[in-house]
Write a protein that binds this ligand. Structure first.
Ligand code: NAP
Length: 360
């Protein structure tokens, strides 16, 4: 197939383009090129979608399928108007941020209420408007493409290439060993999707014409199991990294490392210690306050799994993420110090909070 990836220079859209090349498709990536290089084997067309006529370089080109990751309704409307007519299948990558209710577990596209679409006078670039903007994007795609559209509401996307570090903190931290500060409680829900699994499903869905609206993330696991799987993936990571240098070595769960030494600290104590949830400095990522966010990482994805989304073992995601983090210097010179990450606690911050917890 001739596949156009609107994007392709970073993380998910790059993984989609790479997967499509690997599956033998003719792939064009269209972006400004400011976020990075498109994957090998693709052809690149420089476009700037901030320009109202920015897709002109694609005029006259025909594609069987398009994958778009845009966040701005103006860019999505421009794309469907310019390219929608002759396309057989259109994937729009949306987000579970379209849902207005973050507290109810088990929601799906059939049950979850959505944010209102963005009002005409709202700033579509304001990050506070991200969910509403994605709702407007979805509506533009569905209005123009109808039953040719696959709307993919991604959950937390993790794995090699993730610039947010929300997941990457955990492989780096568990590889370091010692007493690990674990937020909340082991049974609290966690739900993530490996970027490569999501990319593979997007490409396969384009091939076979999967259409509809899907929540695209992995099955829910407890945070205890989540951390155990991450630890299993990185437990003997140093021995594996040599093997993985020429590619990704096969993961044998039987070889997995020992159980991590976790100290669970409740959310009230963490809040009192000014530890932030989810992302950013002085945070514990993949942790969200309850009950407000009890549903955010606990969507019902049975329909998506039935539609072919296949998810790998989290241990493998963790190990590959660790390899990538070290290769790209995210752990910098001192692997014991994650201070250079965009998310998480530094080793000193973690030790300080643990000491306070033990003194309480
Ligand atoms: N990360 C998560 O956990 C998460 C969770 C839920 C949903 N999502 C969704 O998943 C998708 C992630 O996409 P992604 O990983 O590929 O990252 P992204 O940062 O959304 O990528 C945007 C792509 O569009 C291109 N682009 C941006 N501005 C442009 C412009 N003015 N003109 C032309 N191209 C432009 C960028 O390339 P250039 O900068 O090179 O132009 C890049 O290739 C997004 O739709 C996001 O909303 C992410």
């Amino acid at each position: 197939m001739r596949i156009l990836v609107l994007g392709g220079t970073v993380f998910l859209s790059a993984a989609v383009a790479a997967e499509a090349v690997a599956r033998g498709h003719e792939v064009t990536c269209a972006a400004r090129g400011s976020s990075g290089e498109p994957p090998a084997g693709t052809s690149f067309v420089r476009v700037d979608r901030d320009d109202p006529d920015g897709l002109a370089p694609l005029a006259g080109r025909e594609f069987d399928a398009v994958v778009d990751v845009a966040r701005l309704p103006s860019q999505v409307r421009q794309a469907v108007a310019a390219l929608g007519a002759g396309v057989r299948h259109w994937t729009f990558v949306s987000s579970i941020s379209v849902y207005s209710d973050n507290s109810t577990p088990g929601q799906s596209p059939h049950t979850g209420p959505l944010h209102d679409p963005l009002s005409a006078d709202a700033d579509e670039r304001d990050v506070e408007n991200y969910g509403s903007a994605k709702v407007s994007c979805e509506q533009a795609v569905l209005a123009a493409l109808g039953d040719r559209a696959n709307v993919v509401r991604a959950g937390l996307i993790v794995g090699p290439g993730d610039q947010s570090d929300r997941f990457t903190y955990w492989p780096l931290r568990l590889a370091r060993g010692g007493e690990v500060l674990a937020p909340g409680a082991p049974e609290e829900p966690v739900q993530v999707i490996d970027v490569r699994d999501l990319a593979a499903w997007i490409v396969r869905s384009a091939e076979i014409g999967v259409v509809g609206v899907f929540d695209a993330t992995g099955p829910t696991v407890g945070r205890g199991e989540f951390l155990d799987r991450v630890a299993a993936g990185v437990g003997d990571a140093d021995a594996r990294i040599g093997a993985a240098a020429g590619g990704v070595a096969a993961m044998d769960p039987a070889e997995a490392g020992a159980k991590p030494n976790l100290t669970w600290v409740d959310q009230e104590f963490l809040a009192a210690q000014k530890v932030n949830p989810w992302a950013g400095p002085r945070s514990l990522p993949v942790w969200l306050p309850l009950p407000e966010y009890a549903g955010m990482l606990d969507h019902d994805v049975s329909a998506t799994l039935a539609a072919g989304l296949a998810v790998r073992d989290l241990a493998q995601t963790a190990r590959d993420t660790l390899v990538w983090a070290r290769e790209t210097g995210r752990d910098r010179a001192d692997p014991a110090d994650p201070a250079d990450l965009h998310a998480g606690l530094t080793a000193a911050e973690e030790a300080e909070v643990l000491a306070a917890w033990h003194r309480r």
